[in-house]
Design a protein around this ligand. Sequence first.
Ligand code: AMP
Length: 227
Amino acid sequence: MAKATWFILVELLLLQCASYFCISQGYDFFYFVQMWPGSYCDTKRGCCYPSPGKPATNFTIHGLWPHFKNNTVPSNCNEKSHYDGTKILDLFSRMQQSWATLACPRNNGTRFWSHEWEKHGTCSESVLDQHSYFEAALNIKDKVNLLQILEDAGIRPDDKFYKVEDIKEAIKAGTGYNAAIECNSDPSRNAQLYQVYLCVDASGKDLIECPIIPRRKCNPSVQFPIF
Ligand code: AMP
């Protein structure tokens, strides 16, 4: 065989190696985490509404978090990849609506989004660039109307207590998938519905059954605070 043909063969083999063995995707699936703003705010720490004003009475995105099936969590995967608001200008109003910052002091959300991109988003950057990452989370949020699903099951943010099993059952009926529930405590130590975890495939498009169900603390019965 001619030298040039050998050279091309070796190059092709190296390319195969790069695509099948050497470059790993860096995660297996995502946790898509939504929080109830009333529970974030009803704590000793409290909250601050974002600069545009009080967010809508709805669940708000906490994050889209890459995760491995062996239950390890990648984080801060590329310290050179910084959040760049100019890349998501077209998503800005959707972000403010669906991914509201509640941290103090009051701000427009940039700090929260930049934390989420740098800690989590950079770990799925081989699949979703910054625009696709934020857009994927917003699209899932639009597909899964958690508040509507719960309200249809008679579970409302009215300060009453609801069984966690009923909440999970309603989400399973409304989405077709099992969710994990995380609670936090209000200043009087009442357990309240804080976050809902659903799983999303590595493309960031479709809900999947969670390969690992996150174990988060909760009481059998939790308050759903008014917001
Ligand atoms: P993570 O590292 O993705 O688990 O996010 C935790 C960080 O995000 C903490 O610093 C929280 O204070 C902050 N955080 C969580 N939820 C919100 C929210 N709705 N608004 C602003 N910051 C938040």
